[in-house]
Design a protein around this ligand. Structure first.
Ligand SMILES: Nc1nc2c(ncn2[C@@H]2O[C@H](COP(=O)(O)OP(=O)(O)O)[C@@H](O)[C@H]2O)c(=O)[nH]1
Ligand SMILES: Nc1ncnc2c1ncn2[C@@H]1O[C@H](COP(=O)(O)OP(=O)(O)O)[C@@H](O)[C@H]1O
Length: 200
């Protein structure tokens, strides 16, 4: 008798309020786990300094984004603080089919849609050590005006209310520790009994 784990990759969804450190933790995680494929989202938000097309996001006009919705090119999409964000379907489906794990960094509305379509996904919510630290991080990042900062903090309050939709919470006190926790979750999920396939 032979035993092996399912060959389809795992879909890992990471969400959390603006400024908690999702981008930072994802970047560090990709270094620790180079085998993890990262889904690059489409957005109508303007690029921040240092952000690159196809690396951080695929930057789209509203018109282009709406066409992607119409052509069903997105697994999920949502509006967040006045901009559209969405996950391109093809990359996710093809990469999972190749047996590789895929990481999505998306907001709670998007995570909700993904959960309907991929109930076997792993949903992780990143938490700041304190709300004060969350605000400090967004302010220090220096990317937001006073208005967008206020909107992002308001959005955070709504996002916390959705935390029960997630399977795991990870506190981002230190980047390396947060990465270790996410890595441990992914490794444990790979060993779940219900992913084991027995053949004669
Ligand atoms: N639904 C959805 N949300 C996304 C996607 N890509 C990014 N987001 C989320 O959109 C929100 C705003 O992202 P961004 O403008 O980069 O700001 P940041 O979270 O402060 O770095 C965050 O909650 C992201 O996780 C996506 O493809 N779909
Ligand atoms: N564990 C941490 N400790 C201190 N600062 C952090 C930590 N994680 C991220 N940061 C900083 O907080 C700011 C927001 O991080 P970022 O990754 O852009 O958040 P998000 O993608 O969730 O909006 C950045 O300036 C980043 O360097």
């Amino acid at each position: 008798m032979k035993a092996h784990y399912q060959t389809r990759g795992l879909l890992i969804v990471l969400s959390g309020p603006s400024g908690v450190g999702k981008g930072t933790v994802c970047a560090a995680l990709r270094k620790r786990m180079p085998e993890l494929a990262y889904s690059v989202s489409a957005t109508t938000r303007a690029p921040r300094e240092g952000e690159r097309e196809g690396v951080n996001y695929f930057f789209k006009t509203v018109e282009e984004f709406k066409q992607m919705i119409e052509r069903e090119e997105l697994i999920e999409w949502a509006q967040y603080v006045g901009n559209y964000y969405g996950t391109p379907r093809r990359f996710v489906e093809e990469t999972l089919a190749q047996g590789k794990d895929v990481l999505l960094e998306i907001d709670v509305q998007g995570a909700h849609q993904v959960k309907q379509r991929f109930p076997e996904g792993i949903f992780i919510f990143l938490l700041p050590p304190t709300m004060e630290e969350l605000k400090n991080r967004i302010v220090h990042r220096g990317t937001e005006s006073e208005v967008t900062l206020a909107h992002r903090l308001n959005a955070a309050a709504d996002e916390f209310k959705q935390i029960h939709q997630y399977d795991y919470v990870v506190i981002n006190d230190e980047v390396e520790k947060a990465c270790e926790r996410v890595e441990a979750i992914i490794k444990a999920e790979h060993c779940r009994v219900d992913r084991l396939v027995m053949t004669e």
